[in-house]
Ligand binder design. Structure first.
Ligand code: UDP
Ligand code: MG
Length: 309
């Protein structure tokens, strides 16, 4: 019998815990040759999530949990589940049932064919706001362009199966800002993907607001690319060239016409413009510096308050 861990990060998901357990149980009851465990990672929920998980764990021995000491974020939660699994494969999925458990047999089938990572490609249904669909697809295109990882459009889903050999690699990564979506592509191995349509959340609200999404986007870009740093150098060259050209034109003009070009307004605008530009570049450098700062402190990605295995 092969063992499979299903890792489920949960942040304020009290209404979904029983539901997702039932759905996963149903799926595995139809699969022979596999036994499963569910590792719920309670990521600092403020509702009854922990109580529901513990209630479930009392009834079913396949239910395991890790409780964080506070909210550390979705990616660290997935990492925690992966870290403590000893199964032959790990499947990570969201608690809100936007990742259909019914896709699990297909993931396992691909794994048995010899793939080490089976990722999923999410296609959004019509009901999801056009804004989210558009920004998500634009973001992954941009991220693939600017960094060395190739994230297929909509490939940014944390619903994936990883073989234990991959799990070992992830466990040994100690990046401060872990970004599994990029990492799983970066690691290589034999990979394949399956398409699925993301449903609506079963209950509760999304924990991602615009600010969290922006932070997530920045983390993704800066974790996989130093290209934004080159931007400073490129812009420096371009504007120096323009300045030299402009100065030449000015000198020639004042010789030919014997008058000086006046205009303090344009001067101020130029100063302000370059002030802004320098701040942006400084900010970009700062983000990377912050990452180095975080990394050298070597703080853990998460802190566990309690665990039942
Ligand atoms: N999640 C988490 N910690 C957080 C935010 C989210 O563990 O700080 C979990 C959440 O419980 C869910 C998954 O990550 O299982 C995806 O979150 P959500 O559904 O809020 O994101 P969306 O589907 O809207 O992108
Ligand atoms: Mg969701």
């Amino acid at each position: 019998m092969k063992k499979i861990s299903v890792v489920i990060p949960a942040h304020n998901e009290e209404g979904n815990i029983f539901l997702i357990h039932q759905r996963i149980k149903d799926v595995f009851s139809k699969l022979e040759n596999y036994h499963f465990e569910i590792i719920f990672v309670n990521d600092g929920s403020r509702d009854q999530t922990q109580a529901k998980i513990e209630e479930l764990a009392k009834q079913f021995e396949e239910v395991k949990f890790i409780e964080f000491s506070r909210n550390f974020g979705h990616q660290p939660a997935v990492k925690a589940g992966i870290d403590s699994s000893n199964a032959n494969a790990v499947i990570s999925m969201d608690a809100d049932l936007q990742h259909p458990p019914e896709l699990i047999p297909e993931l396992i089938e691909k794994w048995e064919e010899g793939f080490d990572i089976v990722y999923t490609i999410r296609t959004y249904p019509k009901e999801i706001s056009a804004f989210k669909r558009r920004t998500s697809s634009l973001y992954y295109k941009f991220l693939s362009k600017i960094s060395d990882v190739n994230l297929r459009e909509g490939g940014g889903s944390d619903f994936r199966l990883m073989d234990s050999s991959v799990v070992d690699v992830v466990r040994n990564m100690n990046e401060a800002d872990i970004f599994l979506r990029g990492l799983s592509n970066w690691m290589g191995f034999r990979q394949t993907g399956i398409r699925f349509t993301a449903g609506e959340r079963a209950s509760g609200e999304s924990s991602y607001n615009l600010q969290k999404m922006m932070r997530f986007a920045f983390t993704g870009i800066t974790a996989f690319s130093v290209k934004p740093l080159y931007l400073a150098a490129y812009l420096g060259f371009i504007f120096s060239a323009i300045a030299v050209l402009g100065y030449g034109i000015y000198v020639i003009h004042s010789f030919v016409s014997q008058t000086e070009i006046s205009g303090w307004a344009s001067l101020i605008m130029t100063v302000v413009f370059f002030g802004g530009l320098q701040l942006i570049i400084l900010g970009i450098i700062g983000i990377y510096l912050g990452k180095i700062f975080k990394q050298v402190k070597e703080r853990p990605n998460y802190i566990i308050r309690s665990k039942n295995f």
